[in-house]
Design a protein around this ligand. Structure first.
Ligand code: PLP
Length: 428
């Protein structure tokens, strides 16, 4: 480890010796013939089991709090019990919540479609009236956000993530200089993939971006990990909707979350929080495509999570399963790179990912080396718009699905791959 902390001062003989020791170590990993996977940002079966009580929980009683039959058509914005739950999760007003199907991603897609094709304020406000539409994308970020932009032909402009959220000086300067920028993607708590929680100052500045942006600017506030804490003393996130209301910018905020990583990922419920005006517009279009959501599933969730406290107690059980896996990843990273510059990462206290930066130019190499030694990693570049990491350095690590032993084994191999790739680069 001494040698790795002073790579640049090693002679080429010393570098050669180090490379050959690491190659031996790498070959030993390879010979084990393991098949491990750190790509999947989804809950493990053990986590899904925690919500199996959903099955049969209604016991034949399909009546919602206000007396409607959940089995029938209707109720485009969801049942009132779940509006109340969503409102408590996000700390907003229940009348500013719409409860959808199992995917918040579908609500995001629909919100972009509303803004781009139809406009939130009538046809003249549609983004597609402009020659060019751009979004700010904090990077590294979530590839599915980028795919939505790509699908609508929205040009993506990157802005770096810092330990407190997107670099806000850059965000504000870019928005001031370019009225074609119509939106920004944000994962404000345990950001995918850096794990960062946006600071209060960052949230306030984002809430007020509409004041300096051109018309029809929208913040896509994807609060996917709002209750996904791994510690008992989680960092708090400022309330963007109340800050926006105070600033008179509430029509610029579209907030999303879901129970995907709370109950059953493929059979949960999603929430949209928006201003009264935006919600009315959104509901109108949604109602063209469906008569109403799966209210039976919503009612099942209302029974499983009668209060937000019940939901938070449930999240502690997820944390008990996840936390050791994250700790294991961080232990490997700290031991291997804590005292050198071979890698950089943020401390992570929630969410589903750990984001690792190699030295520039090495991420694809590391991903290939790991694959050849039996560890599947998310393709390098996936955390950037168009799949292109200009510095080829970011790798997203997702430890939720493998067992503890598998995480441990995979990280030992990962670390060796980073070391080997770095030393080989130094050798030239
Ligand atoms: N948003 C973020 C930041 C995510 O990481 C994910 C899933 O990995 C999603 C949204 C998907 O959410 P949903 O299952 O509600 O569509």
């Amino acid at each position: 480890s001494d040698a790795l902390s002073q790579l640049s001062s090693l002679s080429s003989d010393q570098l050669q010796a180090l490379a050959s020791a690491l190659t031996t170590e790498y070959q030993a990993h390879k010979d084990k013939g393991l098949k491990l996977d750190l790509t999947r940002g989804k809950p493990s079966s053990e986590q899904l089991d925690l919500s199996d009580a959903l099955d049969g929980i209604l016991n034949g009683d399909y009546t919602t709090a206000n007396g409607t039959d959940a089995r029938n058509y209707g109720g485009i914005d969801g049942i009132s019990e779940l509006k109340a739950l969503g409102a408590e999760i996000l700390d907003v007003k229940p009348e500013q919540i719409l409860v959808g199907g199992n995917a918040s991603l579908a609500l995001m897609f629909q919100a972009v479609m509303q803004a781009h094709v139809f406009g939130f304020n009538g046809p003249e406000s549609a983004w597609n009236k402009e020659t060019t539409v751009k979004f700010l994308c904090p990077v590294p970020g979530y590839d599915r956000h980028f795919s939505i932009c790509e699908t609508f032909g929205i040009e993506m402009v990157t802005v770096p993530m810092t330990a407190t959220g997107p670099d806000m000086d850059q965000v504000e300067a870019m928005i001031k200089a370019d009225s074609q920028i119509k939106g920004i993607w944000c994962v404000p708590k345990y950001s995918n993939p850096t794990g960062v929680v946006y600071s209060d100052d960052t949230v306030k500045r984002i809430a007020e971006l509409a004041k300096i942006a051109g018309p029809n600017f929208k913040v896509f506030w994807d609060n996917a990990y709002i209750v996904h804490d791994l510690t008992d003393t989680p960092k708090t996130l400022a309330n963007i909707m109340s800050l926006a209301e105070a600033a008179g910018t509430e029509d610029s905020i579209l907030q999303f979350c879901s129970t995907s990583k709370i109950s059953h990922a493929g059979a949960g419920v999603a929430f949209l929080n928006a201003s009264t005006a935006n919600l009315a517009t959104f509901k109108k279009l949604l109602g063209i495509g469906t008569i109403g959501p799966d209210k039976v599933n919503q009612l099942r969730h209302a029974k499983l999570f009668p209060t937000v406290d019940a939901l938070k107690a449930h999240m502690k059980k997820h944390a008990e399963i996840l936390q050791p896996r994250f700790e294991c990843v961080l232990k490997h990273l700290n031991e291997a790179f804590g005292d050198n510059t071979l890698g950089a990462w943020e401390s992570v206290e929630g969410g589903y990912f750990i984001s690792f930066d190699t030295q520039p130019g090495l991420a694809s190499k590391v991903v290939t080396l790991a694959a050849e030694a039996g560890v599947k990693l998310t393709p390098a570049g996936a955390t950037f718009p168009y799949g292109k990491d200009p510095e080829d350095k970011n790798i997203r690590i997702a430890p939720s699905v493998p067992t503890m032993d598998e995480v441990d084994a995979a990280m030992a191999i990962f670390v060796t791959c980073v070391q080997l790739a770095t030393v080989e680069q130094q050798l030239g």
